[in-house]
Design a protein around this ligand. Structure first.
Ligand SMILES: [Zn+2]
Ligand SMILES: [Zn+2]
Length: 128
């Protein structure tokens, strides 16, 4: 097994274990904990490959800090992102969104296949 595919698999394993959105810096730290010391460009290449293979999604952050998470086709979810501390929380809006989407489809005749809503604001800790 080549070193490149080691990193690819190690990153995939990290996401499977963590099940949350991770910054590239966090991914790098977790790779180091697994005794892997890849350089930045090989980490970015592995992430890009994972994205191209439909395994990772880039999660938008207005701070410009790139964050990624595992694609979970069975369980669509959405995000709350704090504009102050940049914390990201995954939320489940399943029931409510289904009725909103049904409404949109009815009005526009657009068939929604996939989508995600990111809400930006101030988290409880930053707001208090
Ligand atoms: Zn905050
Ligand atoms: Zn998420």
């Amino acid at each position: 097994m080549s070193k490149k595919s080691d990193i690819y698999i190690a990153i995939l394993e990290i996401f499977k274990k963590n099940k949350s959105a991770l910054l590239v810096a966090e991914i790098t730290d977790l790779l180091l904990q697994n005794n892997l010391k890849p350089n930045k460009s090989s980490i970015y290449r592995a992430i890009l490959k994972l994205e191209q293979n439909g395994l990772l999604n880039e999660v938008d952050s207005i701070s410009g800090a790139k964050r990624y998470e595992l694609v979970d086709l069975d369980h669509q979810h959405h995000h709350l992102i704090c504009k102050n501390c940049n914390k990201l929380v995954c939320i489940d809006l399943e029931d409510k969104l289904i009725s909103i989407i049904a409404n949109i489809e009815q009005k526009t005749k657009f068939k929604v296949q996939t989508g995600r809503v990111d809400f930006y604001g101030i988290c409880g800790e930053c707001g208090s």
